[in-house]
Structures are given as structure tokens and as C-alpha cells.
Design a protein around this ligand. Structure first.
Ligand code: UGA
Length: 436
């Protein structure tokens, strides 16, 4: 099928390349000429495992092209809109300006029978507002939320655990859902659940999923806070409750908390939307989820400060990790980078390393010191702070090796990813999050 993908950020670039890899002919459209140039050359504009390969293949095959010209969307059977919905400046609601601009630009190029598939994460009610304009152009709007995880984005797009299509209750809506089934044919053929809903449900599925995940993380981090005043170990607690299949161990990783371009802004936008709908109290707990999450960043910084005797001024702190999670170079709302910024603000001599995210981190915080080499980062450090659980720190770094490099013997494990016994045996003072 011929497809267009409007917005070639994280979601759009992966979607365009992934759709080509399952046999479609795709044009990716973005207003940023630099992004379009890089993608047209087959260069992935960010680090995402597997993306480079499918992008190279797609561009070489001639079935994947990129342009800044929205008119190139004409002739595609399905138009995916995957532009960003960041947090509003000075507020918690989602900024829908990119979505509105994308629809304004696309509408004149729609043809009778086209399907427009909204993928952006939007406040419930957005699709119902856009649908009449799409219908006036003879096309049908489907809301088709995206559940990809950074680091697994290619796999999650080609082989998702479920597909959701919010459609109007009309023959055109039914037909549009059928068209989407054809788009996602390999996943549909293998029996992936394909759930057809109305617009509001589809929009809510997305934010509810992210709100649930954020709540799960903050739940275990709240337990970490209790563990810290009682001497309990939150990682053992998570293992034990995680054996209950109704609870499950996934997303019970206590530590410095969640960040990234999705969970933090999505729970805030959800709370803001609920308030607009007169249901502030229904998701008031999300404010608490957010607050617990932000307190863990304070806690990680406090652990470093306390471990260094209350004064960090002039002390070298090696910060291992800048990305909001491993297998990503994304530093948007990264707890790792936030902790580094705070320690720097307290006068510590902070040096940050990360296998992928240094360039992005430097762009955001040019005032900080970055070092590509892990061991150079560690050299002469008074304290070590691990904030992104890359294998380079978790598996490929022994306490004995680090002992030969650093000045101090204090390690704060912001992701509870190190072997505490190993570090203690090597003479280190080990501090986890919610662990004795
Ligand atoms: C999240 C969702 O998991 C995806 O399903 C969704 O499609 C995506 O947002 C989106 O809305 O686009 P992502 O932002 O890639 O995906 O990251 P997650 O894997 O959810 O991790 C989010 C944060 O939670 C990271 O900072 C991670 O370190 C943290 N986390 C995760 C924990 O602190 N503890 C855990 O147990 C798990």
C-alpha cells in the first residue's frame, strides 16, 4: 500500500521505516529540512536499535522517501499523523499546535476514500474535534495510538502486543478499520489482538496505559521511601510481590524514577484534561505519582551529598548515565541528567558519561562536563553515581576495576542495578534506593 507518515520524530521515523520493511511504499513528511535530509540519506537521526538497518534498506529499495513537501502525501491510501504533543510551556496540558498544523496542512491533499490515522498521544476528545474536517474531505479519521517503547521501537511497531483503532460507528469507520488491518497485515495474520473502539476509548487506552505504568513505578518507589525508614529492602519486596501473577514483577524497578518524552508529560496532560472534564478527583492520584517520582531525584542527590559528608563542593562525582533509560540516547526529562544538574548546582565537580546520550545531553546542558570514556570519568572520583542501567555499568564494570580508578569508595546506585554484596566486599560504601 502507499502510505504517508506526517511527522518524522521518534514515532514517525520508526513508523515510516517499519512500514516499508513490511512491504509498503512510504513517504515520510516533516517540516524540519535537516531531519528530512538525514533520513533521505538513510541516516537514523537518533539511536534506536535496529532502525538504521531498516532505514538503509528502505531508502535503498526506493520505497521509502522523505520530503518537507506535504503535497507528497497525495495519492497515499493511509496518512499517519505522528507529530509531537509536548507539555505546554508554563502548564501541564498537552500542546496540540503540531497536531493542528499537521491536519491543516494535510487536509487539502486528501482524496475521496483516504484514511487518516492519528498516532500522536492526544487528550481525549481531540479526534472527535478533527473528524468532521477529515470527513468533509471525503476521508475517514481513525485513532490508532502507538505503544512503542524507546529501545524496542522497531520490534514494537512491526510486532506490537495489541493494535487499537478508534473509528466512527459508520460503514466508513468499519472500512477504515479494515484498511488498517491490511496495513498491519503481518501482525494481524499472527493473531495480534486488533481492538476496534470509538475515538474516546482509543485516545484513553493510550494515556491510561502510560498512567498505569507510571503509577506502578511510583508505587514501588513509594515502597522504597518506606523501606528507607524501616531498613527493609525494596528490591526483595518487589521480587516477592512480583511473584503474584496479578501484580507481576515488570515495572517494579525502584530507583531514581521515570523520565523520557512520554510518561511524565502524559500523566500531567491526563490530569489537566480530567480537570477540564470536571473529573479532577478521578485522576488526582496522578499528581501524587508525579510527586513521588520527582522526590526520588531529590533522594539520589541527597544520598550522594550525605555520603560525601554533607558538602560536595569541589568533590568529583562521576555520573554514569545521562539517557532516561538504557538503549536510548534520549535525554528528555531524564532523571539521570537532572541529578547531575542538581549536583553541579551544589558545587560538585560533576563528570558525566553515557554510551549514547552525550551529544544530546551536551546540547541541553552545555555547562556540564562530559567524558566519552567510562574509566576516564571514574578516575579520581570521590563518589560514583549510577543513574542509567546500561550494561556498561551493570554487567561490564566490576567493583575491583573501579577501585583502581577512583579516589573515594562511595557508590550510589540510582537504579538498584549493581551487586551490592560485590561492591561492599571490595571495600565500598554502597547506597541503593530503598535498600539498607
Ligand atoms: C513509554 C511506554 O512504556 C510505551 O508503551 C509508550 O508507547 C511510550 O512511553 C510512549 O508513550 O510513546 P518509553 O518512554 O520508551 O515508553 O519508556 P519506558 O520503558 O516506559 O520507561 C520510562 C521510564 O521509566 C524510564 O525512565 C525508565 O528508566 C523508568 N522505569 C521503568 C523505572 O524507573 N522502573 C521500571 O521498573 C521501569
Amino acid at each position: 500500500m502507499r502510505l504517508s507518515v506526517i511527522g518524522c520524530g521518534y514515532l514517525g521515523a520508526v513508523h515510516a521505516a517499519a512500514m516499508t520493511s513490511i512491504g509498503h511504499e512510504v513517504v515520510g513528511i516533516d517540516i524540519d529540512p535537516r531531519k528530512v535530509d538525514a533520513l533521505s540519506r538513510g541516516e537514523a537521526p537518533f539511536f534506536e536499535p535496529g532502525l538504521q538497518d531498516i532505514l538503509t534498506e528502505g531508502v535503498a529499495s526506493g520505497r521509502l522517501t522523505f520530503t518537507t513537501d506535504i503535497a507528497a502525501a497525495a495519492g497515499a491510501a493511509v496518512h499517519f499523523v505522528g507529530v509531537g504533543t509536548p507539555q505546554q510551556q508554563g502548564g501541564h496540558a498537552a500542546d496540540l499546535s503540531h497536531v493542528n498544523e499537521a491536519f491543516d496542512a494535510l487536509l487539502p491533499h486528501l482524496r475521496e476514500g483516504d484514511v487518516v490515522a492519528g498516532k500522536s498521544t492526544v487528550p481525549v476528545g481531540t479526534a472527535a474535534g478533527l473528524a468532521p474536517r477529515v470527513e468533509a474531505a471525503g476521508a475517514t479519521l481513525v485513532w490508532n495510538p502507538e505503544f512503542l517503547r524507546e529501545g524496542w521501537a522497531v520490534q514494537d511497531t512491526i510486532d506490537p502486543d495489541r493494535l487499537v483503532a478508534g473509528v466512527p460507528a459508520t460503514p466508513a469507520g468499519e472500512r477504515a478499520a479494515q484498511v488498517l488491518r491490511e496495513v498491519y497485515h503481518p501482525a494481524v495474520a499472527k493473531g495480534t489482538p486488533f481492538i476496534v473502539t470509538d475515538y474516546a476509548t482509543a485516545e484513553l487506552v493510550k494515556v491510561a496505559a502510560n498512567a498505569f505504568l507510571a503509577t506502578k513505578i511510583s508505587f514501588i518507589n513509594a515502597m522504597a521511601e518506606i523501606a528507607e525508614v524501616t531498613g527493609a529492602d525494596v528490591t526483595q519486596l518487589a521480587d516477592a510481590i512480583g511473584h503474584d501473577a496479578r501484580i507481576g514483577r515488570k515495572f517494579l524497578g525502584a530507583g531514581i524514577g521515570f523520565g523520557g518524552g512520554c510518561l511524565p508529560k502524559d500523566i500531567r496532560a491526563f490530569a489537566a484534561r480530567a480537570e477540564e472534564l470536571g473529573r479532577r478527583e478521578s485522576v488526582a492520584f496522578l499528581r501524587e505519582v508525579d510527586a513521588i517520582n520527582m522526590r526520588r531525584r531529590d533522594r539520589a542527590v541527597e544520598l550522594v551529598v550525605d555520603a560525601l559528608g554533607g558538602v560536595v563542593h569541589g568533590k568529583k562525582v562521576a555520573v554514569l548515565g545521562a539517557a532516561f533509560k538504557p538503549f536510548s540516547d534520549d535525554v528528555r526529562d531524564s532523571p539521570a541528567l537532572d541529578a547531575a544538574v542538581r549536583l553541579n548546582g551544589l558545587g560538585a565537580d560533576v563528570v558525566i558519561t553515557d554510551p549514547q546520550a552525550i551529544e544530546n545531553a551536551r546540547r541541553l546542558h552545555p555547562q556540564l562536563t562530559y567524558e566519552v570514556d567510562r574509566d576516564t570519568t571514574l578516575r579520581d572520583a570521590d563518589a560514583v553515581l549510577v543513574v542509567t542501567e546500561w550494561d556498561e555499568y551493570r554487567r561490564q564494570m566490576s567493583a575491583a576495576h573501579v577501585s583502581a580508578l577512583t579516589h573515594g569508595r562511595v557508590v550510589v546506585d540510582g537504579r538498584n542495578c549493581l551487586d551490592a554484596a560485590e561492591w561492599r566486599a571490595a571495600g565500598w560504601t554502597y547506597h541503593g534506593m530503598g535498600r539498607p
